[in-house]
Design a protein around this ligand. Structure first.
Ligand code: AMP
Length: 300
C-alpha cells in the first residue's frame, strides 16, 4: 500500500487480521501506532515515522477502559473518530483500527498482562494503581491482533514506552519498538489530548512542567561538575509548584530502570527528569532525558 488513499476504518479484529496477514504475505513491514484517539500533531508524527518504515501502517484508535482508574476521565475522554481519520489520511496511514470495547475485551475477559519490577513501582504507577497493567494488557492484545514487526510510541509517555519495551522483550515478540521524541507546541507545552480540557488560564500555567524540565537542563549545563539529583529535582520542581494546583511528583531517575536517584547522587550523563501535576481536574505529564533530549524551548 502506498498511503496515498484515505485510510480504511476497521472495527472487526478478524478483518484487521486478514488485512495485516495479506500485507505480510506481500513481505511488507506492518507497523502499528497505538493511540486513544483525539489525535494531534504528536500522534501524527508517530504515524509519519511508521509510514517511513512500514508498508502497511495501522493506527489503533481505542480508549482503553482498563488503563483508567475509578474517578479518572474515561467517560469524558475526547472522542472524534472522523477528525482522527482525516488526520491519519494526511499522515498516510492505511488502516484506522477502532474496535468496540467488547471486541478487545470479550464478555468474561479475565486475562491481565502485568509488567512488574522497577518500571512499574514509581512515578505514574504510584498515583495510578493498575494503570500500567491496563496499558500492557491492551498493547499485548493489539500486538496479537495486528502482528506488526514495528510499533511506534511517543517518549511523551516515557514510562509507558519502557513498559512496552520490557513487555516485547519478555514475551519474545519479534517487534521493533521505536520511541519518538515529544512533539511540543511552539511555546514548549508537550502536546496532549488532555490539553483540550484546559481553560485559557490553566493552559498558561501548564507551561510550568516544561519550564521545570528546561531548568534541569540549564542547571546541568551551567554547573562545572554534575549537580546532585536533589538539586536537579528541586530546580525542576520549583516552576511546577509555582504554577500547578498540585504536584503528583517530580523525580530524577535512571532512564532505563526508572529507579529513583538518591538526593546526594551526582546525576549521570543520561538522566530522566519526569513530572506529573494537576490543573483543576486535568492531570498532565512531561519528561526529558538530560544528555539525550533537547531542552523544551520555553520562555522562563
Ligand atoms: P495516547 O493517545 O495519549 O494514548 O497516545 C498515543 C501515543 O502517542 C503514545 O505512544 C504517546 O506517547 C504518543 N504521544 C502522545 N502525545 C505525544 C507528543 N506530544 N509527542 C509525541 N508522542 C506523543
Amino acid at each position: 500500500m502506498t498511503g496515498t488513499a484515505p485510510p480504511v476504518v476497521v472495527r472487526d479484529p478478524g478483518e484487521l487480521r486478514a488485512r495485516t496477514a495479506a500485507a505480510r504475505r506481500r513481505d511488507e513491514v506492518v507497523g502499528i501506532v497505538p493511540t486513544m484517539g483525539a489525535l494531534h500533531a504528536g500522534h501524527i508524527e508517530l504515524v509519519r515515522v511508521a509510514r517511513a518504515h512500514a508498508g502497511l501502517v495501522v493506527v489503533s484508535d481505542f480508549v482503553n477502559p482498563t488503563q483508567f482508574g475509578p474517578g479518572e476521565d474515561f467517560e469524558r475522554y475526547p472522542r472524534d473518530l472522523d477528525a482522527d481519520v482525516a488526520l491519519c489520511a494526511e499522515a498516510g496511514a492505511d488502516v484506522v483500527f477502532a474496535p468496540a470495547v467488547e471486541a478487545l475485551y470479550p464478555e468474561g475477559a479475565a486475562t491481565t498482562v502485568r509488567v512488574g519490577g522497577s518500571l512499574t513501582s514509581e512515578l505514574c504507577a504510584r498515583q495510578r494503581p493498575g494503570h500500567f497493567d491496563g496499558v500492557a494488557t491492551v498493547v499485548a492484545k493489539l500486538l496479537c491482533q495486528v502482528g506488526p514487526s514495528l510499533a511506534v510510541f511517543g517518549r511523551k509517555d516515557y514510562q509507558q514506552l519502557k513498559v512496552v519495551e520490557r513487555l516485547v522483550l519478555d514475551l519474545g515478540l519479534d517487534v521493533r519498538v521505536l520511541g519518538v521524541p515529544t512533539v511540543r507546541e511552539p511555546d514548549g507545552l508537550a502536546m496532549s489530548s488532555r490539553n483540550a480540557y484546559l481553560s485559557r488560564e490553566e493552559r498558561r500555567r501548564a507551561l510550568g512542567l516544561a519550564r521545570g524540565l528546561a531548568a534541569a537542563h540549564r542547571l546541568v549545563r551551567s554547573a562545572g561538575s554534575p549537580p546532585t539529583a536533589g538539586a536537579v529535582r528541586a530546580a525542576a520542581r520549583a516552576p511546577v509548584d509555582e504554577s500547578f494546583d498540585s504536584v503528583d511528583y517530580v523525580e530524577v531517575c535512571d532512564p532505563d530502570s526508572l529507579v529513583l536517584l538518591a538526593d546526594d547522587d551526582p546525576v549521570p550523563a543520561r538522566t530522566l527528569v519526569v513530572g506529573a501535576g494537576r490543573l483543576g481536574k486535568t492531570r498532565l505529564i512531561d519528561n526529558t532525558v538530560l544528555g539525550e533530549d533537547s531542552p523544551p524551548a520555553v520562555d522562563q
